[in-house]
Design a protein around this ligand. Sequence first.
Ligand SMILES: NC(=O)c1ccc[n+]([C@@H]2O[C@H](COP(=O)([O-])OP(=O)(O)OC[C@H]3O[C@@H](n4cnc5c(N)ncnc54)[C@H](OP(=O)(O)O)[C@@H]3O)[C@@H](O)[C@H]2O)c1
Ligand SMILES: [Zn+2]
Ligand SMILES: [Zn+2]
Length: 347
Amino acid sequence: MSTDNFHGWACHGKDKPLELSELPLKAFDDYAVDMDITHCGICGSDIHTIDSGWGPTDYPCVVGHEITGICTRVGKKVQKVKVGDRIGVGAQSGSCLKCEDCKSGNENVCMKGIVYTYSSYWENGDKSYGGYADKWRGHEHFIFKIPDNMSNEIAATFFCAGVTTYSPLKHYNVKPGDKVGVIGIGGLGHFGVQWAKAMGATVVALSHSDRKRDDAKELGCDDYIVTSNKEIMSAHNGTFTHILCTNFSPDFDWESYLSLLKANTHFIVVGVPDAPLSGIPALLLASRQIAIVGSAIGSPSMIEDMLNFAATHNVKPWVNKYPMKEVNEAIKAMREGKPRYRIVLEN
Ligand SMILES: NC(=O)c1ccc[n+]([C@@H]2O[C@H](COP(=O)([O-])OP(=O)(O)OC[C@H]3O[C@@H](n4cnc5c(N)ncnc54)[C@H](OP(=O)(O)O)[C@@H]3O)[C@@H](O)[C@H]2O)c1
Ligand SMILES: [Zn+2]
Ligand SMILES: [Zn+2]
């Protein structure tokens, strides 16, 4: 086999299981970094993509964008990492690096040339493939050295779930005295709770069942609300400064969630359901001057900042490991809501 191919667990169509397949890596160039993958987390976005939930997926796709491994080869202009380094990459593998957003350190919102780690296209037309695989190749700008005190299996999930929750909480200035609610205690949510707590806030889990109450406490939550309990929800009316929403159920009751917020606060959208959001009560939104804001992963500088913050505050994911070859079982467990709280595939 050509050294420019890799083996990955590809999805060849909607409702099909992943199959081990041989596919091409992107062309090698001066900024390329090759990695032998050791670990890859399973993100909710992987499931949306496998299922064509956000629109038709361009199959075959190899998903996975919480990737760690060992650097095996670098292009001649690469400075950030060297062969033998333990490295990681998240949901973004490229951007134009020239536009106003890229130049101001906001590469994650580049509108000129964003390359997602899977189901995307590089500038030369090569397709991007993710981390349910043995090898990965990308651009040095979006690669990170894993801190010495962090294992590859622990580091992996920081690169999507970690930064997606860290970035908006930091951007919207969560601080002591704030009260932060996290909707959905899953891969993203269990990081969100830990970040908000480490930033000094009072943290409340907003969960659809009572099943995670003990875990939420251990993760640092000060309180736990089962969101179907109207009485408890209304007891918290007007007391939150931020809500971080990682999950929108089909019958999402905006009125009850926005009612939790104080005036001049933020409802942060990170969960991305298949269907558009609807049913937002404009009167409540306007009268409390609530900002509903979206947030997408995080820029490279935010990822560096997050890794430092995690080391200082001892923030760590709770990981359930599966061998890479059991990826279909792992996806089944993810669909059934079993992870506590992030599945990581291991080669
Ligand atoms: N904005 C971004 O850049 C970005 C980045 C990564 C992921 N995402 C998106 O974020 C979302 C969450 O991803 P994830 O990896 O955290 O997924 P996840 O681990 O599956 O967590 C989702 C959580 O939603 C809640 N939930 C699940 N089914 C539910 C149901 N039927 N009713 C009510 N609540 C339910 C559960 O929490 P409880 O049991 O506590 O209710 C679950 O743990 C996905 O839409 C993903 O695509 C966005
Ligand atoms: Zn993700
Ligand atoms: Zn750009």
